[in-house]
Design a binder for this molecule. Structure first.
Ligand code: UD1
Ligand code: CA
Length: 457
């Protein structure tokens, strides 16, 4: 059985009050419709078509996936019309599942059980009971058999129908060839003058088909985003689910409500994450890694037993096992720290490798640099890697000691075992095992009087 998925994403989303098409607004850093596409992939869909319209080419341009079928619906003439536009792309499919680009949290399990429901009938609907069903299409059932008869839209419903609390989520699965036939028979003689997808239900019933239905586990699975408030509610829900999943995998979250995941986090055992931590992109945290409060980690690999103290920013970097980073450290792209490296407060490292056991504990800038093993970089050391136009490398070999407040003017190399005295400006290579000092000799002027402010009378 080949499964095709049609994702409706042509609507404008007026209430977002935005130039960005609604389905491109991000949830956990990914466009809303991106979440729906991922869900479709997890269902092993053989074909995924996205119907877009408002915002034009912005929507397809936001995705580089080559396997998606993009279908333009230039005018939004209704949900039935929208699905119909995608049907030519579904010709080889057996069944078609209709999803919505602004309903991002539908679970794979729920959709799988809907597909199971549809295994012995050509049409199955995902419905839900709402205390306040206002605005939604109502599921009209036969009072005796409780069989589904049709869906009536809010604007077309009678008073009696308006009191029905079972509503249409919009999500449905249908036999492909029957769906094609039903769609071509749709008319728009209704209150909104639209081609309603929902009208296919009555068509199926008229053919003697028994339309089945199932309900989601969680209401959030069928909630759509219409405004930024709903977007924020779904973001919180998404984060709640992500935190839950991580705790089940064995991560300690000091407060799951103060943790945000915008990407994928892979973890070892006994990871501990303190409050206000933000994880972005692809992040790996090894066994026993501890992340302090207010830390951001983006596309990075943190190996086992690393301690990241509070207020660090780690981006496109790797931290080897046993490292101690922060508080207030910034690892910029290309910081590659080997095992047991210590990086302290107000240290910035960019595009540099630091080998085993080296320490950069205070107030330093290390850029375009390679640092050997067991090196000690004193407080306030700066690699001067940039002349205004070009970047140059600094090479520091094993067992070097760089005194505090040193500038290393690149390109420059400090030989193995060398020592640089505090306050140096190093412009030439330092030979191995030597001491380099480069500062004016101290002179002491006897009885020197410091200028004083005159006291006002
Ligand atoms: C629709 C259902 C209603 C259901 C509700 C759930 C119909 C006729 N009604 O109503 O039974 O309770 O969803 O939210 O289907 N879209 C297009 N192209 C169009 C029209 C819509 O892509 O021409 C997309 C929209 O972007 C939106 C979705 O389809 O994401 C639903 O469209 P909308 O007009 O909001 O339908 P509702 O009136 O909410
Ligand atoms: Ca709607």
């Amino acid at each position: 059985m080949k499964l095709g998925v049609v994702i409706l994403a042509a609507g404008q989303g007026t209430r977002m009050k935005s130039d960005l098409p609604k389905v491109l607004h991000p949830l956990a850093d990914r466009p809303l419709v991106g979440h729906v596409i991922t869900t479709a992939r997890q269902l092993n869909a053989d074909r995924i078509a996205v119907v877009y319209g408002h915002g034009g080419e912005q929507v397809p341009r936001a995705f580089s996936d080559t396997d998606l079928a993009w279908v333009e619906q230039a005018q939004q003439l209704g949900t039935g019309h929208a699905v119909e536009q995608a049907m030519p792309r579904m010709s080889e499919m057996d069944r078609v599942l209709v999803l919505y680009g602004d309903v991002p949290l539908t679970s794979v399990d729920t959709l799988q059980s809907l597909l199971d429901k549809a295994s012995d009938t050509p049409l199955a609907l995902l419905t839900v009971d709402l205390e306040n069903p206002s605005g939604y299409g109502r599921i009209v059932r036969d009072t005796e058999s409780s069989r589904i008869l049709r869906i009536v839209e809010q604007k077309d419903a009678s008073d009696a129908e308006l009191s029905i609390q079972e509503i249409n989520t919009g999500i449905l699965v249908a036999d492909r060839s029957k769906l094609s036939a039903w769609l071509s028979g749709l008319e728009n003689a209704n209150a909104q003058g639209e081609y309603y997808l929902t009208d296919i239900v009555e068509m199926a019933v008229n053919e003697g088909i028994r339309v089945s239905s199932t309900q989601p586990e969680d209401l959030y699975e069928v909630v759509g985003v219409n405004d930024r408030r709903q977007l924020s509610e779904l973001e919180r829900r998404y984060q709640h689910l992500a935190a839950d999943r991580l705790m089940r995998e064995g991560v300690t979250l000091r407060d799951p409500a103060r943790f945000d995941l915008r990407g994928t986090l892979t973890v070892g055992k006994d990871v501990e994450i303190d409050i206000n931590v933000l994880i972005e992109g692809d992040v790996y945290l090894g066994d026993r890694v501890r992340v302090g409060p207010n830390t951001v980690i983006r596309n990075s690999r943190i190996d086992s037993d690393v301690e990241l103290f509070e207020n660090c920013i780690v981006e496109n970097s790797t931290v080897g096992a046993g490292g101690r980073i922060g508080p207030y450290a910034r690892l910029r792209p290309g910081a590659e720290l080997s095992t047991e490296v210590h990086v302290g407060n107000f240290v910035e490292i960019k595009k540099s490798t630091v080998d085993h056991g080296s320490k950069i504990n205070h107030l330093s800038y290390i850029g375009d640099c390679s640092i050997g093993k067991s090196v000690n970089i004193g407080a306030g050391t700066i690699t001067c890697n940039y002349d205004g136009a070009n970047k140059f490398r600094t090479i520091i070999h094993d067992d070097v000691f760089i005194g505090s407040d040193t500038q290393l003017v690149a390109p420059v190399e400090v030989g193995r075992g060398a020592t640089v005295g505090a306050g140096a400006t190093i412009t030439r290579d330092v030979p191995q095992d030597s001491l380099s000092v480069s500062r004016a000799k101290q002179t002491d002027i006897d009885g020197w009087k410091r200028p004083r402010k005159e006291k006002k009378a």
